[in-house]
Design a protein. Sequence first.
Length: 213
Amino acid sequence: MRCFTVVAVCILTALLLAQIFLDIPKAQAQRQPTIDETPYPANIRVAVRESRPGGEPNPRGRILYVEVIPFETYIRNVLPNEWFPTWDPEALKAGAMAIKMFSWYHQLNPVTIDNQTFNVDNTTNFQVFREGTDMPRTNAAFDQVQRLAYVKNDDTIIELNYRAGYPNDPNYQYRNAQKMAQHGSQYLASRLNRNMLQILQFYYQGRKLVRIR
């Protein structure tokens, strides 16, 4: 390239090349660890937002404070707020696993908003957490997946996303998007007699169940 005639182009090219090389170590640093490379979380930092007048956590409310919650206490107090506690035990177990892996992923990937660093907030921005809402049926479901994890085939920890979906339907549209339908998990368990692993396999491809601890 004849730089004496296209100085501006040369400078821009040099800047772009520099950025590419700078981004290489950054991308490597962001590689997700495998299940064997990171300890099971002890705690998770939860940003507590303002509630709506009825007491429901407000996704757009300002952050009041960040609370450190024991990891398993957090999961137990999310599950009844994301899955109906009256649902089939296999649907609840699938929900417990999704919540657990979503939480684990975000425990490894904190965010900073309004100068507050945390892993998740207590609203639908992440998962609805309400302290003191754990219930016997949902606790029993979590107890059965406590020593299990659902990871990528290369053992990488990855979040398991989910959406409400439509009642009385398997919600095939989420299967293609690697998301579990909450209502779909109940449909598969109660109508088609699918167990937790079959429900997870229905929605998430390229994943496997492993034992931890």
